[in-house]
Structures are given as structure tokens and as C-alpha cells.
Design a protein around this ligand. Structure first.
Ligand SMILES: CC(C)(COP(=O)(O)OP(=O)(O)OC[C@H]1O[C@@H](n2cnc3c(N)ncnc32)[C@H](O)[C@@H]1OP(=O)(O)O)[C@@H](O)C(=O)NCCC(=O)NCCS
Length: 336
């Protein structure tokens, strides 16, 4: 069998809404405290979108423009868009086509939407990787973008969930590798649907007759529900498992890693994973303190910041890993 070519990430970019919401701003709304939020999650502040300025698609476009510029390609060079989000602009069509319009693209390239929540970006990256490896496409734009703040229960009832999530976008351009041994070494994707309702927004549900009239009957189901302790319990098992699988498959050990970029679910989860993998502080990238959990946007925002801050150098071994609603989890091992 002919050896497939490798793909690599040629450019990254991110965008976060300008409105900074510190924990103190949530205290009177949700009967919470800065101390509680920091102690349980590590979050100090997050971004909330500006209505009329930010949309899921246009935040993705801001991030995409930066990634395209870094990759040295134009929007019309893109042959496939893969857009990951759990907070699309519309029920349908998906945000991928809106991103294409937002970028002023005229080449009618396909636009695929990925619905895998916190693992969405790595799932999307894996799709891009397969298309580039097989030679079907040379330039794939992968975007993760989320607006959570418009759908959170900002009352004390929703405090267990609403303090965690934030808005933002990240993007990557995936192209054929230029050098032997450089690029996306492997991706690893998993799902376990038996836990679908452990982290969920139930409404509006297609399964209910007259859904538009009836969705208000269960108003609370319009907001995210999370069984936080169960999510935590599974996350701390699945993260190390899927990271180890990526390392094993490529003949590496944890000590060979230059940087681990975990999905920014909760700083306590990242710290647990770091300890379990035996990694020193400088080998794990965290920015949840400033952005909260931005689900599908969290990995590309962190990757883009890590590149911007000089935390990743050419030749570095970088692992991306995520866990979230579904449950779904995933990893990608990159030789930068
Ligand atoms: C969400 C999370 C921080 C909650 O921490 P926890 O220790 O499990 O907290 P619990 O839900 O058991 O609640 C403990 C207490 O804090 C209270 N509480 C919950 N949220 C609160 C908040 N924002 N502020 C203050 N008190 C809060 C609860 O009401 C409860 O009070 P009680 O003991 O009087 O009943 C934690 O479960 C977690 O991080 N889970 C993983 C979440 C995650 O990573 N999600 C994203 C996955 S992609």
C-alpha cells in the first residue's frame, strides 16, 4: 500500500470577545463567590459576547483570518471548511456556510459542521487530517467557535454550570507537511453515548411534537445541565488514557512531550492529568483562568496562544487532548 502523506498545521489564530466578565460580576447574579469559582475551577474571568457585534460565525472568521495569514494562504485557497460548535448561529444551516460567507469566499468549497462539543476541535482536526493525507484536499480550514453566554441560566439555579463557560473562537489551517516527520502524527477519537444526558442542553428537541410551542414547558431544559461530579470522574480517566494512546502509537513516552494542551474544562482536571502524566508545569498550557471553558474553541485558542507566546518551537512534540459532553474524548499528537 502506498504511504500516505502527512498533514500539518500551517497556521493558527484565535479571537475572544472584548467583554471581560470577572468572577465578581457573577457574585450578585448567581449567589456565587470569586473564591468558590477559583477554588473549584481555577477560572478568574471569561469573555461574554456583544450582541450585534459577535456571532459564532464571525468570531470564527476573525480567528480564521489570522490562521490563514500565518499559513500564507487566502480564504479562496481553502478547499474544505470544518466548523466545530455546540452553539451554532442557527438551528440550521450550520455555521460552516456562514463562515464561508463571512470570509467572502467565492469558490463554493464544501463546509462541514461537527457536533462534538468539547472534543469538537480535535474531531474536526482529525477530519481535516484524513482529507489532506489522502490527497483529496491541500488546504482545510478548521474552526472552533462558541457563544455560551447567551444561553446560560444566570440565576442561582444555574450557578454550577454558568460560572464555567465563556465565549471565543480558534482556527487552524491544515496543509500537506513540508518536511519528513513533521505534522499531525495521529488522532484518536472516542464516544460513549450512554452518558449523553450527563452534560446536555435538551431543548428545543425535535422529538417533541410542536417543539416550538412546547419548549417553554420545560424552561430549565433550555439551559445546560451538567452532572459535574460524574463529568469530573470520567474526565480524569479519559484524558490520561487518550494521551497515552497517542504517545504509545508513535513510540513516545510522557517525558518526550514538549507541551500538553488539554481542553480547558477545569484547571483542577488539567492539574490532575498533569500529575498523573508526571509533567512539569512548563509542559502544560492552561489559559482557563482568563477564558473559562469555551468548549470547541478551547483547544484552538490555547494552541494559538501557545504559539503566540513562544511556548511551541519547530520540532516540538505537542499533544492536544479533550473530553466533554457525549461523552466524547480525543487526542492528537503533533510534531510541530
Ligand atoms: C462543576 C464543579 C466545579 C462543581 O464542583 P462540585 O464540588 O462537584 O460541586 P457540587 O455540584 O457538588 O456542589 C457543591 C456545593 O456547591 C454549590 N455550588 C455549585 N455551584 C456553585 C457556585 N458557582 N458558587 C457557589 N456554590 C456553588 C452547590 O449548590 C453545592 O452546595 P450544597 O453542598 O449546599 O448542596 C465540578 O463538579 C467540576 O468541575 N466538574 C467538571 C466540570 C467540567 O469540567 N465540565 C466541563 C467538561 S467539558
Amino acid at each position: 500500500m502506498a504511504t500516505l502523506r502527512h498533514a500539518y498545521i500551517a497556521g493558527v489564530g484565535h479571537y475572544v470577545a472584548s467583554r471581560v466578565v470577572k468572577n465578581a460580576e457573577l457574585e450578585p447574579l448567581m449567589d456565587t463567590s470569586d473564591a468558590w469559582i477559583q477554588e473549584r475551577t481555577g477560572i478568574q474571568e471569561r469573555r461574554w459576547f456583544e450582541e450585534g457585534t459577535d456571532t459564532t460565525a464571525n468570531m470564527g472568521a476573525h480567528a480564521a483570518r489570522k490562521a490563514l495569514a500565518m499559513a500564507g494562504v487566502t480564504a479562496d485557497d481553502v478547499q474544505l471548511i470544518v466548523f466545530a460548535t455546540l452553539s451554532p448561529d442557527y438551528f440550521f444551516p450550520g455555521s460552516g456556510v456562514l463562515l464561508q460567507r463571512e470570509l467572502g469566499m467565492t469558490n463554493n468549497c464544501p463546509a462541514l459542521d461537527v457536533r462534538n462539543q468539547c472534543s469538537g476541535f480535535i474531531y474536526a482536526l482529525s477530519v481535516a487530517d484524513q482529507f489532506v493525507r489522502t490527497g483529496m484536499y491541500d488546504t482545510v480550514l478548521v474552526v472552533g467557535s462558541e457563544i455560551h453566554s447567551s444561553g446560560l441560566d444566570k440565576s442561582p439555579t444555574g450557578r454550577g454550570v454558568s460560572v464555567i463557560f465563556g465565549d471565543g473562537a480558534g482556527a487552524a489551517v491544515v496543509r500537506p507537511s513540508l518536511a519528513e516527520g513533521q505534522g499531525i502524527l495521529s488522532t484518536h477519537l472516542y464516544a460513549q453515548g450512554e452518558f449523553a444526558e450527563e452534560l446536555i442542553v435538551k431543548e428545543p428537541s425535535s422529538n417533541r411534537d410542536n417543539r416550538n410551542q412546547r419548549m417553554m414547558e420545560n424552561e430549565q431544559d433550555l439551559y445546560p445541565y451538567m452532572n459535574g461530579q460524574n463529568v469530573f470522574k470520567h474526565a480524569v480517566v479519559r484524558f490520561p488514557q487518550v494521551i497515552k494512546e497517542a504517545l504509545d502509537q508513535n513510540g513516545y513516552q510522557a517525558a518526550d512531550l514538549d507541551l500538553l494542551i488539554p481542553h480547558q474544562a477545569n484547571l483542577r482536571i488539567s492539574q490532575y492529568v498533569q500529575q498523573k502524566m508526571g509533567l512539569p508545569d512548563h509542559k502544560v498550557f492552561n489559559n482557563i483562568q482568563r477564558y473559562g471553558n469555551t468548549t470547541a474553541a478551547s483547544v484552538p485558542i490555547a494552541l494559538s496562544e501557545a504559539v503566540e507566546h513562544g511556548r511551541i518551537k519547530r520540532g516540538d512534540l505537542v499533544c492536544l487532548a479533550a473530553f466533554g459532553s457525549g461523552f466524547t474524548w480525543a487526542s492528537a499528537l503533533l510534531k510541530w
